[in-house]
Design a protein around this ligand. Structure first.
Ligand SMILES: *[C@@H]1O[C@H](CO)[C@@H](O)[C@H](O)[C@H]1NC(C)=O
Ligand SMILES: *[C@@H]1O[C@H](CO)[C@@H](O)[C@H](O)[C@H]1NC(C)=O
Length: 796
């Protein structure tokens, strides 16, 4: 029963898991469908095939001129609809009757001149700015948009009560586009703006600034004015408007965008704002026209903390430096930013300055900036990024008189340090020094402030970090990425280094002792170097692998082999090379040990198991069998009476009778023994010859005794002789006991020659080997022979 149930249970489980997986996929693809981007696709109509689940629909920058209920009513979940930059002229808000979730509606930059009202309760963001409305398009239904946050409007005429229906709303941002606004003569109205945190007014970009309305607002925190064109005459118009707008005590941020003005008017604006509560004043895209003359400026007590001027076009070419720069240099504020201008200089303040932060990014300042300037004693941060600085020595000299300077950014210049006789004179207070993107070489290490803790030297021309440099004992962060370094630095000179960035250099074989020498490094980037994947890199990879997870931030994805060619592109993480192939001593020892074991084994096999004997026997056996097979059959059909004749010394007869004969005869091998088969009446020699002649083979039992026996030599001589006559190899030599070569008398050269050929069979003393011995003997007789029955009468 249980066995039956189990698989079902498991299947149910599987289905459940699959459902989960499929479910997530559906959900996932749904979320993609939620957002549809059809901007810049040349649409002239709302497309038909929109997914009904669409939540975000962007159809901006098309040619759509009409929007009907039926086009979007099925998008019941629609939250965001962007239709800016189209050609819609009329909008009936009732088209959104079925889009109850709509929160964000952007209809800016259309040609709307008329709206029909209908409450769309959930709107938070409604942008109707940059359209062709004559009067402000405010329906009384807008008063019900209790969640409205942002409201963008545009109008050509303003009237006092225009915004009354929404006066009670708590908006955070009102954008009022007055690009098409025109002044009606002698009709001074006033417009009360509802409570909002931020107000952004946009005026006509090409018309001289003129507004005849008193725009007032209560609780403003952030004011932004765009497109202001001023000359000496209409300057007061702006001041009047500002008087109304800056009345509230909360207005801390004031931004001007796209301002074209005379220098005189600009100074008037500064002077006007100086005693106001504004703390942050920013001017983007400023154009100075007509001329620049010296203007009086009263640096009264001010709430202003920061003045930021970005991107200045100066249409005045001849002017006194003092007239322009003096106004800024004497400002009694803490932070001044003047960036992206063609300004070539900045003056040293005449009396002790309040500046703590100066940012002069992207101007054309030179090395002589703030030369011998003693009045910037409170300056903590100085940014001279992207200027024309060239000489690091001069820059160090400049800092000498800035005792509070902590952060100096002189990146993106053309700085070099050419070995000077004198030492660099950095102020000791510098903690952060940004020297990135310059032309510095390793000589820079002889010109650094000693207490620096953060040093950015990336994108320079440093080839090495010299060991003989003054100790930067406070240095904690060093960035030397994008240089030409070939090795990691040792931390001997930077004892407190905790962050090292050294990626994109030329390090191919980093020294592996880096990690042990730089114990306090907590974060490191060293990838994108041309690593050479070889034995020497092993320890580095091992060490990096051990510290990797938190410390080496770009491990493993940015570490790849560059060399050798065969490993190019292999992640360092996957590069493995064995201990053996890297360690020569280990390799030699291993080979040595292997050889030794082999030799010992060979010796063991030879000495204890007598391998050579076995080999010789097997070899002989094979050869004998091979020969036997190759003997032509006619030869064998020659009539033999015996298989073999045995020649031996009397002294060995015991062995012959007890061992040899029984073993041979057991296999039906007929033997001719001279004492058994001797024909009486014939001489011994005749008998021997007879016996040899009638036998297929001759067996000689060799021993020291045999050597001593004269007869035996004869027998051997005959047998050998026959061998030559017949041309067949019919000798079988058995070495019963070892014979030393020397004990064979010189005249028996035949025996000596045979012994030298080593074609004999040794009689093994070990019983275990004897089977192979007999097999070898038997192999010699492995031939079909027809023996003629022995008949002493038949003579040859
Ligand atoms: C949009 O709605 C109008 C009016 O119902 C209809 O004529 C037009 O075909 C619709 N357009 C699309 C693309 O559905
Ligand atoms: C140095 O300046 C460069 C830009 O010029 C910037 O990317 C980098 O973050 C700065 N370094 C430090 C340490 O602030």
């Amino acid at each position: 029963m249980t066995e039956d149930k189990e698989p079902i249970v498991r299947n149910v489980h599987l289905v459940y898991v699959m459902a989960l997986v499929v479910g997530t996929i559906i959900q996932f693809s749904d979320e993609i469908e939620f957002s549809v981007d059809m901007s810049k696709t040349g649409l002239t109509q709302v497309p038909k095939d929109l997914p009904p689940k669409t939540k975000v629909l962007d159809m901006s920058q098309n040619d759509i001129s009409e929007l009907y209920m039926s086009n979007i009513s099925f998008l019941t979940g629609l939250k965001v609809l962007i239709l800016s930059h189209n050609r819609i002229q009329h909008l009936d808000f009732s088209v959104f009757e079925f889009n109850q979730d709509l929160e964000y509606l952007d209809l800016s930059h259309n040609q709307l001149w008329k709206v029909s009202c209908y409450p769309v309760a959930n709107l938070k963001h409604l942008d109707l700015s940059f359209n062709d409305f004559d009067a402000l398009p405010i329906c009384k239904e807008f008063g019900n948009l209790m969640q409205l946050n942002f409201l963008g409007l545009s109008a050509k005429k303003l009237q006092q009560l225009d915004l009354l229906p929404i006066a009670h709303l708590h908006l955070s941002y009102i954008l009022l586009d007055l690009e098409g606004y025109y002044v009606k003569e002698n009709e001074i109205e006033s417009l009360q703006i509802p409570n909002t945190k931020k107000l952004h007014l946009v005026f006509h970009p090409n018309h001289l600034f003129s507004v005849q309305v008193n725009i007032s607002v209560n609780t403003l925190e952030f004011l932004e004015l765009s497109n202001i064109k001023l000359n000496d005459e209409n300057c007061q118009v702006l001041i009047n408007i500002l008087s109304e707008l800056t009345r509230g005590p909360n207005l801390l941020n004031f931004t001007l965008n796209h301002v074209e003005t005379t220098w005189k008017c600009l100074v008037i604006i500064f002077q006007f704002l100086w005693p106001r509560p504004v703390e942050y004043l920013s001017i983007y895209n400023l154009t100075i026209i007509e001329d620049i003359r010296e203007e009086k400026f009263m640096y009264s007590k001010t709430a202003l903390k920061a003045l930021k001027i970005e991107h200045v076009t100066n249409r005045v070419f001849i002017f006194s430096k003092n007239a322009l720069y003096r106004v800024f240099s004497e400002m009694n504020i803490m932070m001044l930013t003047i960036s992206d201008t063609r300004f070539i200089h900045m003056l040293c303040p005449e009396k002790q300055s309040t500046f703590k932060f100066l940012n002069f990014t992207q101007n054309v300042f030179t090395d002589s900036i703030f030369e011998n300037c003693f009045t910037l004693a409170r300056l903590e941060t100085l940014i001279l990024q992207k200027n024309g600085l060239k000489d690091l020595f001069k820059v160090s000299l400049m800092t000498k008189d800035m005792p509070s300077l902590e952060i100096l950014d002189i990146s993106w210049n053309s700085l070099e340090f050419n070995s000077h006789e004198e030492n660099c004179t950095w102020v000791e207070s510098i903690v952060v020094l940004n020297l990135s993107t310059n032309m510095l070489t390793e000589s820079v290490f002889r010109c650094l402030p000693l207490r620096v803790t953060v040093l950015d030297l990336h994108s320079n021309r440093i080839k090495s970090i010299p060991k003989q440099i003054e100790k930067l004992e406070a240095l904690q962060e060093l960035n030397v990425a994008f240089n030409y370094l070939t090795d990691l630095p040792g931390c001997g000179t930077f004892t407190r280094l905790s962050v090292l960035v050294i990626d994109h250099n030329s390090i191919s074989l980093p020294s592996s002792d880096f990690f042990s020498s730089c114990q306090s490094v907590r974060s490191m980037k060293a990838g994108n170097n041309p690593f050479q994947c070889s034995c020497k890199l092993r320890d580095f990879i091992k060490n990096i692998g051990q510290v990797s997870s938190e410390v080496v931030e770009d491990w493993p994805e940015s570490f790849e082999c560059a060399y050798p060619e065969s490993y190019r592109g292999t992640p360092l993480q996957d590069f493995h090379i064995s201990q053996l192939s890297c360690n020569t001593t280990l390799l030699i020892v291993t080979i040595g040990v292997t050889m030794l074991v082999l030799v010992v084994t060979m010796i063991f096999i030879c000495v204890y198991l007598d391998l050579p004997w076995y080999l010789r026997m097997v070899c002989q056996w094979t050869r004998t069998r091979h020969r036997a097979r190759n003997i032509p059959i006619e030869k064998l059909q020659k009539t033999f009476k015996f298989h073999a004749f045995i020649s031996y010394s009397e002294h060995d007869s015991d062995w012959v009778k007890n061992e040899l004969l029984p073993n041979l005869e057991k296999d039906d091998i007929q033997i001719c023994l001279h004492e058994r088969n001797f024909v009486a009446g014939k001489s011994i020699i005749e008998n021997i010859i007879n016996c040899i002649e009638k036998s297929y083979k001759s067996i000689f039992v060799l021993s020291p005794n045999f050597v001593q026996s004269e007869w035996c030599h004869y027998e051997l001589y005959f047998a050998h002789h026959k061998l030559f006559l017949d041309g067949s190899d019919n000798l079988i030599l058995i070495l019963l006991e070892p014979i030393s070569r020397n004990s064979i008398p010189g005249k028996y050269h035949k025996l000596k020659a045979l012994m030298a050929q080593r074609t004999y069979l040794e009689w093994p003393t070990e019983k275990s080997k004897r089977a192979l011995f007999w097999a070898n003997i038997r192999a010699a007789f492995n031939v079909e022979l027809t023996l003629v029955p022995e008949n002493n009468d038949v003579e040859t």
